[in-house]
Design a protein around this ligand. Structure first.
Ligand SMILES: *Cc1c(COP(=O)(O)O)cnc(C)c1O
Length: 422
């Protein structure tokens, strides 16, 4: 991959015609090391958040050598880019062929499930293997997540004991529980609360578990969503673990996706047309901006102007909305995105914090979506790990009142006045 010191260098040297994904491997490395140093257990990266080969390689090179996979293509990706890494197949519904291939061809021994039927499938497809780590996915009630993941998967807590018992009898190796408190979890105590529910199910089943897997949900920083510190989350998990009915050697696992990668990638898009306060960009909801369109997240932005005197353009700011390149009217990102008021055709808009569930969502719909990736060395627009440069997350108290107009990297001066008038 090409490397540029900053996105501005890329604009200056290349004036790219197509969207460019800007990768920051050092940022992934920092997040990986933070989890290694602070989470008192095993860290599995949830590959679906960003399946880019450079992400898998950077994580493996920085100590995160275990991966949560959900399909054979994800298994193959990890096998290729992190040879020898440990994998856990944590999708609670798998085809028999996928289970068999993962077990026999790739040595995957950890599987999750939330029904007796799926447990039977796993045992049959592995030829009655007795060396499996069997993880029961529990449905926990958890408030505080921006994206709930409880509706689709997880066994109800009153049905959990019989499944735990069946799993305990089915393996000579590890048996455990997992859950997911929901993605972008804004309340650290959601983990402790979920662990208390898991503990009650274990006690009712009268079994011992060897693994407690607290799943993902660790947050990142977005405009209007500045979470508590990451250390509050691992503290909550430590307290929850200490209160659980488990044995001395029970392992603690987690499966962060978003938190390991969100900061590490942004997208450089080009303005193809301006119509008043609407900017028509060359990337959109079928590209890397799924959450900007469907969850209406107002991602942070920066503006660059190319040409002989290429520069980053600053202040006075105005709110803009974006349209993507496809002909579908759903290809609309309402924002608001705060950009200098003289933004014009040919300018470049960098949209930040798209490392998780951003580039991963890219499609080829309508002939678009073909983005190149380059490496850049500047800081992310916001950070849970103290990496953001000139950009400072807003203090927590001001989040609510600023929710509509919040912007992570805003120049001082005229911009501030304009914003207060609204
Ligand atoms: C998506 C997913 C994760 C990662 O969730 P984040 O919110 O990105 O941390 C972890 N575990 C499972 C089973 C998942 O489906």
């Amino acid at each position: 991959m090409h490397t540029y010191h900053t996105p501005l260098d890329l604009v200056r040297e290349r004036s790219p015609e197509r969207p460019v994904a800007l990768a920051r491997p050092d940022v992934v490395a920092t997040a990986a090391r933070w989890f290694q140093d602070n989470f008192k257990g095993d860290v599995f990266y949830a590959v679906k958040a960003n399946p880019s080969p450079w992400v898998v390689e950077t994580l493996a090179g920085n100590g995160v050598n275990a991966f949560d996979v959900a399909s054979i293509p994800e298994v193959e990706l990890v096998a290729e880019h992190a040879p020898g890494a440990r994998m856990a197949f944590m999708h609670p519904v798998k085809s028999r062929a996928a289970i068999a291939k993962a077990y026999f061809d790739y040595g995957v021994k950890t599987f999750s499930f939330d029904t007796h039927e799926e447990l039977a499938k796993i045992l049959e497809a592995t030829g009655g293997a007795d060396d499996l780590s069997l993880i029961v996915r529990l449905a926990v009630s958890a408030d505080g997540a921006a994206y709930s993941l409880s509706g689709k998967f997880g066994v109800d807590l009153h049905e959990a004991p019989s499944l735990l018992l069946a799993a305990r009898r089915a393996t000579q190796d590890r048996m455990g529980v997992s859950f997911h408190v929901g993605s972008q979890c804004m309340r650290p105590t959601a983990f402790q609360a979920a662990m208390a529910q898991a503990s009650r199910a274990i006690v009712r089943a009268g079994v011992m578990v060897d693994v407690v897997d607290v799943g993902g949900g660790f947050p990142s920083v977005y405009p209007g969503m500045v979470p508590p510190q990451m250390s509050d989350y691992v503290d909550s998990i430590q307290r929850g673990f200490a209160d659980m009915m488990v044995h001395e050697d029970t392992e603690l696992w987690c499966e962060p996706g978003r938190a390991l990668v969100a900061e590490a990638q942004s997208i450089l898009t080009k303005v193809e047309l301006r119509k008043g306060e609407a900017l028509y960009l060359n990337d959109g909801s079928y590209g890397s901006l799924f959450d900007a369109a469907h969850a209406k997240w107002p991602f942070p932005v920066k503006l660059y102007r190319g040409g002989a005197e290429a520069q980053e353009v600053e202040g006075p700011l105005k709110p803009f909305r974006f349209y993507g390149p496809t002909c579908d009217s759903l290809d609309h990102m309402p924002g608001p995105f705060w950009l200098p008021e003289d933004v014009r055709e040919g300018d470049y808009v960098e949209i930040g914090m798209l490392g998780a569930y951003g580039v991963a969502m890219n499609t080829r719909f309508n002939g678009y979506g073909d983005a190149e990736t380059v490496v850049v060395g500047d800081a992310p627009m916001a950070s849970m790990f103290g990496l953001a440069g000139r950009t400072i997350p807003l203090p927590r108290e001001r989040q609510e009142e600023e929710r509509k107009v919040v912007r992570l990297s805003r120049p001082k001066g005229a911009a501030g006045k304009k914003r207060r008038k609204r």
